[in-house]
Design a protein around this ligand. Sequence first.
Ligand code: PMP
Length: 405
Amino acid sequence: MTDAAVFSPAQRVRAIHVSEILRITDHAQALKRAGRPVIVLGAGEPDFDTPGNIRHAASQAITRGDTRYTVLDGSPAMKAAVQLKFKRDNALDFALDEISVSAGAKQVIFNALMASLDPGDEVILPAPYWTSYADIVQICGGVPVSVACGEENGFRLTAAQLQAAITPRTRWLFLNSPSNPSGAAYSAAQLKPITDVLLDHPGVWVLADDIYEHILYDGLAFATPVAVEPRLRDRTLTVNGVSKAYAMTGWRVGYGAGPRALIAAMAVVQSQSTSCPSSVSQAAAIEALTGPQGIVAERCASFQQRRDFVVAALNRTPGLHCRVPEGAFYTFASCAGVLGKRTAAGALLQTDSDFCRYLLQDFDVAVVPGSVFGLAPYFRISYATSMAQLEEACARISAACAALT
Ligand code: PMP
């Protein structure tokens, strides 16, 4: 091979990686294929099937011949469905040209940052945060600014922390409630001090990632920044999607609503990457958003049972400690109490990554270290799997901790 044939990645991708969560999940799946009884609590994906009425709507779209390009950033019918959703669920009014539809909420976020960040622009990420945020910021030339939000404030950002993190280069604040990975959610009263700080900084935009809106427990009311502080409307992008609420991860449909100029710039980015989202998936998403909604609450109740089980099991395990998450389908437990101990094979556990590696190698349970999400020493369990699997996984985690000396 000549030197010219050696691939060297572009500067903009050198700092980023394939999502660590996907890497751990792939590794665990490979062990499973090799015959190991691995339980994978890695990926953030509901174990339920897409509801029948939604799948039926997709088949009908195929039969009808809805198989061509749609309007670039969402068909008029899809945008109308999103409009209805925001009105019904959040009492927010958006015009159709204030709405953008993409291949997943991830692409909405990507488009927004690609359309808005200049080199060196800063994006405030309250940690722990979904790992992709930091990578997307970097790919778009920005600088992720991680702000550690400890358990003492329920993994939530405080007004004082936000105030201290804002600089003349700050372009966006990301808020994700309920959160991946902590499961923490903000009530309207908890959002208010944050939106108050933002009113004093008109150059800072807000990206509200509401993808776990419908997975919120104990009867808590969902709150989103622009509903709490309508004066932020001119600089808030509210992001949501059908992946989590309707178990539609593979269909790839997400959407955002915000100021027209931003939405138009996002459409330009999308026009030169993927064009419109899948026409068939949009037909399915219309049914998800406008059809019967009962299944959303039913599934949420089932997730709540699993949360209760996992949190109790973790808190019974010496060395571990888990705050009760308000929503999403993750627990984010501290493993501080097992660090400094040794495994039966003599290995010293120094970090949360060591602990997670030990769980996978010696006990066949795949979880993700908190350091991946910008806050250590923790580990994330995705409990979107059967109770039987969760019972077995928690028993193994307990045995793993008991075996440490
Ligand atoms: N935001 C958060 C916080 C997520 O956890 C995910 C999925 N893991 C997404 C956005 C992306 O969802 P999708 O692209 O499937 O709509």
